[in-house]
Design a protein around this ligand. Structure first.
Ligand SMILES: [Zn+2]
Length: 84
C-alpha cells in the first residue's frame, strides 16, 4: 500500500512493491501431496518505489516453489533454482 506524504509542500507517494517472476519449472515430487508434478520456481523481489516507480531492492530476493498439483507454496533455497 503506497504512502502519501507531503514534505515541504511536495506530495510524495512511496512504498514497497513486491514482484514475482517465474523462473521456470521442473518435474519433482511434492513433499506435501506426494505427487510427481511440475514444481514452479518463483523469485520474489521487493523494491522501494517512489511515484510507483520501483527504484532499488530493500531486501534479498526470496524464492518459492509452487506445486502445480496441490498449489502448496513453500520457501526454497536459491540453489534449488538451478534447473534440473
Ligand atoms: Zn503438491
Amino acid at each position: 500500500m503506497p504512502v502519501r506524504r507531503t514534505v515541504g509542500g511536495v506530495l510524495l507517494i512511496f512504498g514497497l512493491r513486491s514482484k514475482d517472476r517465474i523462473i521456470g519449472s521442473r518435474l519433482g515430487r511434492c513433499e506435501v501431496c506426494g505427487a510427481a508434478a511440475a514444481q514452479t520456481l518463483v523469485r520474489r523481489t521487493t523494491k522501494f518505489s517512489l511515484f510507483f516507480v520501483p527504484l532499488f531492492p530493500v531486501r534479498a530476493a526470496r524464492y518459492f516453489v509452487t506445486c502445480t498439483n496441490c498449489g502448496r507454496v513453500r520457501n526454497a533455497a536459491a540453489d534449488e533454482m538451478v534447473a534440473a
